[in-house]
Design a protein around this ligand. Structure first.
Ligand SMILES: Cc1ncc(COP(=O)(O)O)c(C=O)c1O
Length: 355
């Protein structure tokens, strides 16, 4: 398939103050889009001006949430190059999400190439200031004009991007996490491992209630026993217990985070024992109380590493590591961001450089 570039004639004004970028509010000049039609396959791939497109009110995505997405970032190095972090892994994960949502497979190599061309077209939108980046959102939706419940026969795949601010505007502040007792996120055999909008829609109410209680995010427990820790709202969760890094296993109900994988790889490089195993909420509370748990942190593209200062569970509040960022969390944060911004050598082939 050819990839057409439709030049934008009138480029938008770029934000002047990179301290005010925030997250997910500003979009660049260009977007990538391609269409799928049953019988014809993928067609009409193009990079064109960012803008609205028209889809029927009956489109499958609106009624039955047939959609998957990804989130990744490109970073500006001190030398002015652009580093894209582990994009191929995002597209590999997106293919698995699409398969679960009964959506046609796509050529990940082609989409990856299109992504690099999109970032090239939008290179002036990759911000310069420390901690900022270009956030990239590949999205894939069913757009059939048919209201019956079945997989769509027409789809749109698109990628949009925009500059985002430093996640930690005020330094690496430990977060307050509510261990969710009432709602659950995913069940075995469900869509927990897929990055699909429905998982997030069903989690919104818990997030709202957590905010009302003064917490930043929720920690989900497994849906069957409400006993084992799964993941945080938009992050995987790690604990340091007796100097071992412990994180829940990828058993189909949590997202296989790319930052999670990066942290496990860095831990192994450092000779830190890693256990991917179930951890019960009782173990969490007991080891945090006894002091055996010296660190807890979330991992995800947005924050990279986000230390947990307190866990709220019913009426109990437990402080981890005196509410400060732990040594290992800080090391993982500094190493990963160092690799992303080109300050630390990338020994794992995670970075693609756009000159
Ligand atoms: C539910 C959920 N878990 C985990 C993650 C972390 O994944 P990643 O490290 O690939 O950003 C995310 C963010 O994408 C998420 O939305």
């Amino acid at each position: 398939m050819d990839l057409k570039l439709v030049q934008v004639e009138q480029l938008k004004a770029k934000p002047q103050d990179e301290t005010q970028l925030g997250f997910g509010q500003i979009f660049s000049d260009y977007m990538f889009q391609m269409q799928y039609t049953e019988g014809q396959g993928w067609h009409d791939a193009q990079i064109k001006g960012y803008g609205n497109f028209s889809i029927p009110p009956a489109a499958t995505v609106f009624h039955y949430a047939q959609e998957v997405f990804e989130g990744l970032k490109a970073y500006r190095t001190e030398g002015g190059d652009i580093n894209v972090f582990r994009a191929k892994d995002n597209f590999a994960r997106m293919r698995k999400s699409a398969e679960r949502l009964a959506m046609p497979d796509f050529d990940a190599e082609f989409v990856h190439k299109a992504l690099l061309e999109l970032i090239s077209a939008d290179r002036a939108w990759v911000p310069q200031s420390e901690g900022t980046s270009l956030y990239i959102r590949p999205t894939y939706i069913g757009v059939d004009p048919f209201i019956g419940v079945r997989a769509a026969r027409e789809y749109i795949f698109y990628i949009i991007c925009g500059p985002v601010g430093a996640y930690y505007a005020n330094g690496l502040a430990p977060t307050k996490i509510l261990i969710e007792k009432e709602y659950t996120r995913a069940t075995k055999g469900g869509t927990g491992f897929a990055k699909t909008g429905g998982n997030y829609a069903s989690s919104l109410i818990a997030g709202e209630e957590a905010h009302q209680k003064g917490c930043d995010q929720v920690l989900w427990l497994d849906a069957e026993d409400r006993k084992y820790v799964e993941e945080v709202g938009s992050m995987n969760i790690f604990f340091v217990i007796n100097d071992t890094l412990v994180t829940p296993p990828l058993d189909g109900t949590i997202l296989a985070g790319i930052t999670r994988d990066s942290v496990i790889t860095l831990a192994k490089d450092r000779g830190i024992p890693v256990e991917e195993r179930r951890i019960s909420v009782e173990e969490l509370m007991a080891t945090a109380k006894s002091g055996e748990m010296t660190e807890a942190f979330g991992t995800g593209t947005a924050a990279v590493v986000s230390p947990v200062g307190e866990f709220y569970y019913g009426d109990e509040v437990i402080t981890v590591a005196g509410g400060r960022m732990g040594e290992k969390s800080l090391d993982f944060y500094n190493t990963l961001t160092g690799i992303q911004y080109g300050k630390i050598e990338d020994k794992h082939g995670w970075i693609e450089k756009l000159k």
